[in-house]
Design a protein around this ligand. Structure first.
Ligand SMILES: [Zn+2]
Length: 359
């Protein structure tokens, strides 16, 4: 028996299985956070800090660069897929195998086996990623202890099928309101129809040509789309109000202010009486031109892919730390009953990261 609940001398696939067999559905991460903290405190080359159920461990070697390896320790609810099961084809099945206990296992292995990395390392293990954004442990650490997350470059070991996914797009949701004047539909000339007034908005959306900017060699694809429309008072009333809900997914070369400005410009002459920002989260630059990132790309090989959806790399970006996703799981199987990971991908990611951090 290991002296702590987690045995960091296990290889990464076996450690992944041990982590899957240590359930940590969002909101119940404390025992696993305790075990991770305890195991890391056994390692003399790391300084360990804790905030809630978030554990941060750092080397202090005075290297010229610092990189952050981060991962969430929670999973979606178990769906009859715990304990884990390893089959003859080298596939490990179970809740969190892909998203993202295999990534956490790689982090822990690097923490345990690379005591003198060529770059200072910060390991972040955080809770509540799979639930509402305000609960996200990485966000809580960023707010309470931003100094713990300082670095030149960050890798989130989220499932990316062992490919590098750089940056992420921003997402802005706005309500475009049009105004009219109510009247009985039998005497419609007495009023003005707010739904008809929304016509130019829809025409503008239909003819809009989204950008495909290339940033650090990655091609992003933007989108500007109506995702909802609301209007109508009664079937015999000319409506005096209509709202078109528009979602703008934008590449990370645009700031949040620029994205809002762009949307206002696009609809400037479309008869909109009011534009209300409903929800807005900025994107994240891939930062692949940074020396630490370039060395990382060289060590892991392959071609980086852009990330279209919003991810926690954006939280690092907000702190001025460029970040990418790179992990052994396959996102297509995340959150599924048949969630699984290929054992050789886990080993591959571990080897590539070790090479980057020791060569
Ligand atoms: Zn995840």
């Amino acid at each position: 028996m290991p002296e702590t609940a987690l045995d960091l001398t296990l290889d990464a696939p076996a450690l992944t299985a041990a982590l899957v067999d240590f359930p940590s559905v969002s909101g119940t991460e404390k025992p696993l956070a305790d075990a991770i903290e305890e195991a890391l405190r056994e390692l003399p080359h790391l300084t360990v800090d804790r905030h809630g159920n978030n554990v941060v461990a750092r080397t202090r070697l005075g290297r010229s660069e610092r990189v952050v390896l981060a991962g969430h320790i929670d999973t979606v609810p178990i769906a009859g897929n715990v304990p884990s099961r390893l089959d003859d084809d080298g596939i490990l099945w179970g809740c969190g195998t892909s998203d993202m206990k295999s990534g956490v296992a790689v982090q822990l292995r690097i923490a345990a086996t690379v005591p003198e990395p060529n770059r200072d390392l910060t390991f972040v293990f955080y809770d509540n990623e799979e639930v509402a954004a305000h609960l996200n442990g990485l966000g809580h650490v960023a707010e309470a202890h931003p100094d713990w997350l300082v670095g030149d470059f960050a890798v989130l070991l989220e499932p990316s099928d062992a490919q590098v996914e750089g940056g992420c797009q921003g997402t802005l949701r706005v309500h475009l309101r049009t105004k009219g004047e109510r009247a009985h539909s039998a005497r419609s000339w007495m009023g003005s129809n707010a739904i008809h007034t929304a016509g130019p908005i829809l025409a503008r959306l239909a003819s809009y040509e989204p950008r495909r900017p290339v940033i650090d060699g990655l091609e992003y694809r933007e989108g500007l789309n109506a995702v909802g429309i609301e209007g109508g008072v009664a079937t015999n009333v000319i409506p005096d109000e209509c709202t078109v809900v528009v979602n703008y997914r934008y590449a990370p070369d645009r700031s949040m202010a620029e994205a809002e400005e762009h949307v206002r410009e696009v609809f400037a002459d479309c008869g909109v009486s009011e534009i209300v920002v409903d929800d807005h989260t900025g994107g994240a630059l891939p930062g692949l031109s940074h020396p630490a990132a370039a060395a990382f790309m060289e060590a892991v090989g392959g071609t980086a892919q852009p990330k279209f959806g919003w991810t926690d790399v954006s939280r690092f970006s907000a702190l001025g730390v460029p970040a990418v996703n790179y992990g052994p799981g396959d996102a297509l199987f995340a959150h599924k009953r048949d969630e699984h990971v290929a054992v050789d991908k886990i080993t591959h990611c571990e080897d590539r990261l070790r090479e980057w951090l020791t060569s």
